[in-house]
Design a protein around this ligand. Structure first.
Ligand code: NAG
Ligand code: NAG
Ligand code: NAG
Length: 331
C-alpha cells in the first residue's frame, strides 16, 4: 500500500514535470482551494487537464486586474473550462432570428432620470436564477421580463416557468436548450395561453416533453413589443418609463470571468449575427462619465455582482441593442 502510494506519487510528479511543466505548487494550491469551494472532484487524468486550464484562466484574470481595468475579473464556477467548452454548454450556438425583431416601441422624448433601478423601485424583480448546462438563457430573460411587467401591473411578483418555454415553445423558432429568443418566447406565451409558475412547472435544465396546463397559467401576454434594431435610446426610454427589457448580446471569453465594474470589450462584435446570450436590463446609470446598464444574468448569484453585471451603455456594446423586446402583460 505504502509502495503504491509512493509510486503513484512519483507518477503524478512525473506527470506534472513532463506533461505540464508550467505549474508551481502555488498554482496547485489555488486550484485545490477552488475545487473545495466549488465542490469539484476529478479523476487523476482530468485533474491535470483541469489544473492546466484553471491555471491559464487564473493568470489571465490576474493580468487583467493588474492593468487598472474598467471592470475586474475573478474566479467563478466556470474557471476550469476553456471558452470553447463554456460556449458549447451555456451559449446560443447558431445565429438566432434577431433581424426579424422589427421596431414597435413608441419612444417618447425624455428627459430621463440619470439613474433607474427596478430592483429598488418596488418588489418588481425576482431573485437571480441558474440556468445550468443548457442554452436556455433566452427562457430566463423571458421569465425575468414577464415577471417584472406583471408585477408592475398587478403589484404581485411571481416566479414564472423557464421549463415550459424549453419544452413547449418550438413552434415559434425556439429550440429548448439549443437556443431561442425572448421576442419569440413572448409570441409563444401570447398565442398559446400563458405561462405557468416556477413551482407549477419546475426547472429541469434539459429538453423534455411539453406538460403545459393552460388552466394553471399564471401570467399572460397581450402583445409583444420589439424595440427597433440598434435603437439603444429606445431601450433607455422603455427602461426609464415602463419596465425592464430583454436583450441579447455577444459573450466573448473575457466576459465569462467578469466580477465587478463596467464591462466593455474590443473583442465582441455588434450586430444581430453574433449575439449568443440573452439577459434582462433592470436599470441604468453613469459612473465617472461612463454610462452603463444594470443587467440580470442567469448564472447564479456567485457569478459577477451577486448574479448581475454592468455593461457600457450608449455604444451598442457587443450588439446589446441588436434585438431587444418586452411584453405587454394581460392582467
Ligand atoms: C429563423 O427563421 C427561419 C424561418 O422562419 C427558420 O426556418 C429558422 O429555423 C430560424 N432560425 C432559428 C435559429 O431559429
Ligand atoms: C417581434 O419579433 C419577433 C421575432 O423576434 C417577430 O416574430 C414578431 O413578429 C415581432 N413583432 C412585432 C410586433 O413586430
Ligand atoms: C459596429 O461597430 C463599428 C466599429 O466601431 C461601427 O462602425 C458600426 O457603426 C457599429 N454598428 C452598429 C450596428 O452598432
Amino acid at each position: 500500500m505504502a509502495m503504491f502510494i509512493l509510486i503513484s506519487g512519483i507518477l503524478s510528479v512525473l506527470h506534472v514535470a513532463y506533461l505540464n511543466p508550467v505549474f508551481s505548487p502555488e498554482d496547485e494550491f489555488h486550484f485545490k482551494t477552488w475545487m473545495a469551494e466549488n465542490g469539484k472532484t476529478y479523476d487523476l487524468r482530468e485533474y491535470y487537464h483541469r489544473l492546466h486550464i484553471f491555471t491559464q484562466n487564473r493568470r489571465r484574470i490576474l493580468e487583467h486586474n493588474a492593468d487598472r481595468p474598467s471592470y475586474t475579473m475573478g474566479l467563478n464556477q466556470f474557471s476550469d473550462l476553456t471558452f470553447a467548452e463554456f460556449k458549447k454548454a451555456f451559449l446560443l450556438h447558431e445565429p438566432q432570428n434577431c433581424s426579424a425583431t422589427t421596431g414597435g416601441h413608441p419612444r417618447q422624448a425624455g428627459p430621463y432620470p440619470d439613474y433607474v433601478d427596478w430592483r429598488t423601485r418596488g418588489d418588481y424583480v425576482t431573485p437571480v436564477k441558474t440556468q445550468g448546462h443548457c442554452g436556455s438563457c433566452w427562457t430566463f430573460s423571458t421569465t425575468g421580463c414577464l415577471e417584472s411587467v406583471t408585477a408592475i401591473a398587478t403589484g404581485k411578483l411571481l416566479e414564472l416557468s423557464e421549463q415550459q418555454l424549453i419544452d413547449c415553445a418550438q413552434d415559434f423558432n425556439n429550440h429548448g436548450c439549443f437556443g431561442g429568443l425572448p421576442s419569440q418566447a413572448f409570441e409563444y406565451i401570447k398565442y398559446r395561453g400563458g405561462l405557468m409558475t416556477e413551482d407549477g412547472y419546475p426547472y429541469k435544465g434539459h429538453d423534455s416533453t411539453c406538460k403545459f396546463q393552460p388552466e394553471q397559467a399564471a401570467a399572460y401576454v397581450k402583445d409583444v413589443v420589439n424595440i427597433t434594431r440598434y435603437d439603444e435610446m429606445g431601450m433607455l426610454d422603455a427602461v426609464a418609463r415602463l419596465n425592464p427589457v430583454s436583450f441579447a448580446y455577444e459573450v466573448t471569453a473575457d466576459f465569462v470571468h467578469y466580477k465587478d465594474g463596467i464591462y466593455s470589450s474590443t473583442k465582441c462584435k455588434n450586430t444581430t449575427e453574433t449575439v449568443n446570450h440573452a439577459v434582462l436590463a433592470v436599470g441604468y446609470g453613469e459612473q465617472d462619465g461612463t454610462l452603463y446598464w444594470i443587467v440580470k444574468n442567469s448564472w447564479g448569484t456567485s457569478w459577477g455582482r451577486d448574479g448581475y453585471f454592468l455593461i457600457e451603455r450608449g455604444r451598442n456594446m457587443c450588439g446589446l441593442a441588436a434585438c431587444s423586446s418586452y411584453p405587454l402583460p394581460l392582467v
